[in-house]
Each structure stands twice: as structure tokens, then as C-alpha cells.
Design a protein around this ligand. Sequence first.
Ligand code: G3P
Length: 215
Amino acid sequence: MQLFLDTASVNEIRTMWEVGILDGVTTNPTLVAKEGRRFEELLREICALGVPSVSAEVVATDTEGMLSEGRRLREIHPAIYVKVPMTPAGLRATRTLAKEGTRVNMTLVFSANQALLAAKVGAAYVSPFIGRLDDQGQDGMNLVRDIVTIYRNYRFPTRVLVASVRHPVHVLDAAKAGADIATMPFAVMEKLAQHPLTDLGLARFLKDWEKVPKG
Ligand code: G3P
């Protein structure tokens, strides 16, 4: 399974890229706004790090506007995936962009039928937002399982990108469900490597090492 960072922070991306566990980055308008920087300049800097997949979202709500933004975004760097919202206008834009060879990440997906449509119009990624479903009292991971089943039934090549990840159990469950990708905040990715028994074990080993005769 691929692990993506859900951030627009160049420092966060650089840190995980240097650790060597990062497969991609997803941004959205909220994350970009937090950085207080011009969108295209920020995208160029992220892509220059060498990350192979960087999702950048359109903000137009009509098909023509989405197409024009999407075409402009894809020209920024070969790593760019154009993020398009799951609306009728978004489906039309995705179909055209996909035919032109642009890789589209269909976002704001909250039902399996929406995911079915995303696959039918040729999206490269589908992004179910599981944390936001959990917030509503629905089990977001059930949606991921349904999408994985449907895509396998019909051999759709669209990859399932689990978004709105809030904690390490979401990542674990996404992996068990057979999702292709999980995108997560920096703090969640950090936690994937951590375990108190690892820290305790290391402290004990180092303490015992002091007793080994040196020289
Ligand atoms: O990038 C989209 C998604 O991951 C947003 O997550 O935590 O705002 O629901 P969240």
C-alpha cells in the first residue's frame, strides 16, 4: 500500500521524503490556505522534491472552469494529479481530462455509487473521506471495503485513495481492506513508526551495553 501525506507543508513533505517512506502528497484548498503562499509556486516546490504523485485541486465549480484549471495544473509538473470534486460538473470534467491523458483524483467521495461513477469516467484515484463519515456516525471504513469490492468485481483500474484519515487505526484498516493508498496528516504518519515498547527496549539495550567491557 502506498502512503501519502495530506499536507501542503514543504517542510513536512521534505522530512518524510528524506525518511524514504513517502509515495505521494495530497493537497486541498484548506491545506494550501494554511501555508499562506501562492498555489503554483508551492506546487512547484513540492514537485521539485521528487515526490512522484502530487494532487492539486481545482476550485472552479463548472465543467469549463474545471477543465481550464485542470489543464493549467497538469502543465506545472508531470507528478501532478488534478483533484476534481464529485459533482455532475466534476464527472464531466474528469471524463474529458482523463481522455486527454490527465490523471484525475476524484475527491469528496462519500458513497460507493459515487466511487462507481468516478471509475466509469476514468479517474486515476478515488478519494473516500472516511474521517468525515465517522464524524457523522457512519463507519467510513465500510465505504472503503465496498469500493474495493466493486472495483475488483469489474476490474476497474481506478485506485482507492483513503482520505480524511485521522489516526493509525484508519491506516491499518485501510491496508486490511485492500486500499491502494492512504493519505494522512504528518502526525499520523509519524505515529506509524512509534511504539512505547520499541523505546523501552532500546533504552534497556543501551543501558545493558554500558556493562559490556570496552577497549
Ligand atoms: O485531503 C482531503 C482529506 O484528507 C481531508 O481530511 O481531516 O479535513 O477530513 P479532513
